[in-house]
Ligand binder design. Structure first.
Ligand SMILES: Nc1ncnc2c1ncn2[C@@H]1O[C@H](COP(=O)(O)OP(=O)(O)O)[C@@H](O)[C@H]1O
Ligand SMILES: [Mg+2]
Length: 461
């Protein structure tokens, strides 16, 4: 009899064919979804209404990974959700089988192989790289040494016009009270090696946009990480006449999506020099505010967009409503009615927060085009008809419209199969990237990095 180590063992789970090696599981239990490259046998399985990822793996490692993932979730870092470990498996002849680690399939997650596709815009790549860097920094802030950073171990989800990155493989991870500089550097070194290899593989397979160079990609990841880390943890010194810099730092961190729980400020003996260093920074500044006000669970940039809309709504209301009353009103009168407009059969295209973000974009474009105020209700009608129906399902990890199309057209022996020029589908994700009015990227000096990237690419030509 197998044993289940789980927070909530489920009857459907117990009935699965645990006495069969995962590789030989009957198709009726399996779900075909895109997957990254893995060392172990990994399959997606259907359990009741849930889809789980099952990984056959050695016992010590399975239990270790289960516990690491549980800790990471508890500490609020984006990681896949552990469901349990199945131990003590034996096959029909009584020979032992390796345990299976179960995690919940991350809905709306996008596989990286289709994200660096040929034709991808540099803007999109920048956003993916930023998301990865934010994930490393968040892990390092809580003292997590990953030990196996790689594209296959990261999942991406849309986050308004940006991306959010999730950790998927915690097998080699170690949680420490605090990481030393050496540990961080080592983790980064592993990232460099793995990522360089993966980007080079994509390049060799014709799956990497020609303007992207593996060496540049790993260099820029490291630079971005270092600049974000300096902003999050660096010491700043200034004169007593520049006290505003204290608030400036906190504001910049908030703009990056981090809250400062503890900041260390000291004054020199003569009182002329102030030294400050953030000691405890927590990510999810906007996501937490949104959760507190509305109970909605969203990614960081989605939360920022929703909060902006809520703040605008509040400013237009007569009387001086408190933030929490206005938030409730916004939820009931703006957000919920928009979401309930999504027809059932289209619900798997976008999660609600992403839908709302894209709807706001759509309304903005429509108002610009038609030079008039467009109501959210009217925009929802248009967005659902013009855009949502055209998009591939993403709940199951299908890829973005452009990527999906290119992915389908890719034939390893021939490269991309060209078709007649069609008008490009409306892609709110790309569109949003070009709109200067939309809340942009991570606050660290992304423009400078972009200019540098463009220069380097120019020089490389
Ligand atoms: N919970 C999950 N949700 C979505 N995809 C997953 C999940 N767990 C695993 N995968 C997919 O399976 C691949 C392999 O899983 P991983 O844990 O990295 O295995 P390995 O330890 O063998 O490298 C990942 O790259 C990812 O694409
Ligand atoms: Mg892996």
């Amino acid at each position: 009899m197998p044993r289940f180590l789980a927070a909530k063992p489920d009857a459907d789970l117990i009935r699965l064919p645990w006495n069969v090696p995962l590789e030989a599981w009957p198709a009726q239990h399996l779900v075909a979804l895109p997957r990254g490259i893995s060392r172990h046998v990994v399959r997606f399985i259907q359990v009741g209404d849930d889809i789980l990822a099952a990984k056959e793996i050695l016992e010590e490692v399975a239990v270790h990974e289960y516990r690491q993932l549980t800790e990471l979730r508890r500490l609020g870092v984006p990681a896949v959700e552990p469901v349990g470990v199945v131990l003590g498996r034996v096959d029909r002849d009584g020979s032992p089988l390796d345990p299976i680690l179960l995690t919940r399939h991350l809905p709306f997650s996008l596989p990286y192989r289709a994200l660096f596709y040929s034709g991808v815009k540099l803007d999109t790549v920048n956003r993916l790289l930023d998301a990865m860097v934010v994930l490393f920094a968040r892990l390092h802030l809580i003292g997590f040494y990953w030990g196996d950073v790689s594209l296959s171990n990261i999942l991406f989800r849309r986050d308004a016009g940006e991306f959010a990155a999730y950790l998927v493989d915690a097998e080699t991870g170690e949680l420490h009270p605090k990481l030393t500089k050496g540990q961080r550097a080592h983790d980064l070194q592993i990232a460099r090696t793995n990522l360089y290899g993966e980007f080079s593989d994509l390049e060799a397979g014709g799956m990497l946009d020609q303007s992207l160079d593996p060496q540049w990609l790993v260099d820029t990841i490291e630079e971005r990480y270092e600049s974000l880390w300096a902003e999050l943890t660096g010491v700043e010194e200034f004169s007593d006449a520049e006290m505003y810099r204290l608030e400036g730092r906190v504001r910049r961190l908030n703009a990056l999506g981090f809250d400062v729980a503890e900041i260390d400020v000291s004054t020199s003996a003569d009182g002329r020099t102030i030294r400050m260093q953030p000691k405890v920074v927590e990510s999810g500044h906007h996501a937490r505010r949104l959760m507190r006000l509305t109970g909605l669970d969203a990614e960081e940039h989605q939360a920022r967009r929703l909060l902006n809309d809520m703040d605008t709504f509040r400013a237009k209301l007569p009387g001086n409503l408190s933030e929490s009353v206005a938030a409730h009103k916004w939820l009931m009168e703006v957000f919920e009615p928009a979401i309930t407009r999504i027809p059932r059969h289209l619900e798997s295209k976008r999660d609600p927060a992403q839908f709302f973000h894209e709807l706001l974009d759509y309304r903005w474009y429509q108002s610009q085009r038609e030079n008039r105020e467009v109501s959210l209700d009217e925009a929802a009608h248009g967005y659902i008809a013009d855009v949502l129906t055209q998009l591939p399902d993403e709940q199951m990890g299908n890829i973005d419209p452009v990527g999906q199309e290119l992915y389908n057209k890719f034939d390893p022996s021939q490269g991309f199969i060209e078709e007649d020029d069609e008008e490009a589908p409306y892609d709110p994700w790309e569109d949003g990237a070009n709109d200067p009015d939309l809340p942009l990227a991570m606050g660290f000096d992304i423009e400078a990095l972009r200019a540098k990237a463009a220069q380097q690419q120019e020089r490389g030509k």
